[in-house]
Design a protein around this ligand. Structure first.
Ligand code: URA
Length: 233
């Protein structure tokens, strides 16, 4: 059971003080009865909550796709640096939101922000075989030998597919998420990564209409695509 003001603010319907005001104006009802106090408690997943007579569909978890800019930390909070959570508007900064997986501070692209720990675990576990696609720009001319080295598996890393787009640019698909993995793999073939962007998780591509720092919620089918194990560049 949760307080009605907490339930509605968790769904980004209104802030807790706005809910108070809405209650005063008798705009909120639960199971057909007008709510009179903000501390009245209900079961959020089963109660029929209405605002201005319209039923609110309660979402247990939030799933946000963000186009992470370089220079922002993929962490929930940090004393000094700006985090991906700081980029969300206050009313979306729901308790417990975290980035599922880490992109380096200088890496751009698709980061999933959620409060669904189980989905994050599935997405990140190498056992789940959820592939992530990156675009990398490197400081040496890439060759077929580098593609073969990736295919055979570099050091501690599982075999990975790499496709050369031009002399210095490649796509790389990996299903692990080890620390600095893509950079380390390129280092092993004598290349330094000068730009890195994540383009896809599972079969879901970054929405290219999102500007840097832009975000949007995912639909249910997009959430399923994130866990899809189909791969290949
Ligand atoms: N691999 C890296 O080296 N860095 C990232 O941010 C993601 C994958």
């Amino acid at each position: 059971m949760e307080r009605i003001d907490k339930i509605l603010s968790s769904q980004n319907i209104a802030s807790r003080s706005e809910v108070k005001d809405m209650i005063r104006k008798k705009r909120i009802s639960v199971n057909g009865k007008i709510v009179l106090k903000p501390d009245e408690k209900f079961e959020p997943e089963t109660a029929e909550i209405c605002v201005d007579g319209k039923v609110i569909s309660f979402k247990k978890y939030v799933y946000i796709m963000m186009n992470k800019p370089s220079g922002v930390l993929s962490a929930s909070n940090d004393r000094y640096a700006e985090t991906v959570i700081d980029l969300l508007p206050k009313e979306m900064q729901r308790r417990g939101l975290f980035p599922a997986g880490r992109l380096d501070k200088d890496t751009e692209g698709f980061i999933l922000i959620t409060d669904d720990g189980e989905l994050a675990h599935k997405m990140l576990s190498p056992k789940s075989h959820v592939y992530k696609l990156y675009q990398a720009v490197v400081d040496k001319v890439l060759t077929g030998e580098d593609v073969t080295a990736f295919k055979n598996g570099i050091g501690e890393f599982l075999p990975a597919e790499m496709k050369i787009l031009d002399e210095h640019t490649a796509l790389v698909e990996i299903c692990e998420g080890k620390f600095h993995q893509v950079k380390k793999m390129f280092n092993a073939v004598g290349a330094n990564v000068t730009y890195l962007k994540r383009l896809r998780i599972g079969t879901l591509f970054l929405d290219e209409t999102l500007e840097k720092g832009g975000f949007r919620e995912l639909s249910e089918s997009e959430i399923r695509d994130i866990l899809c194990t189909k791969h290949g560049i």
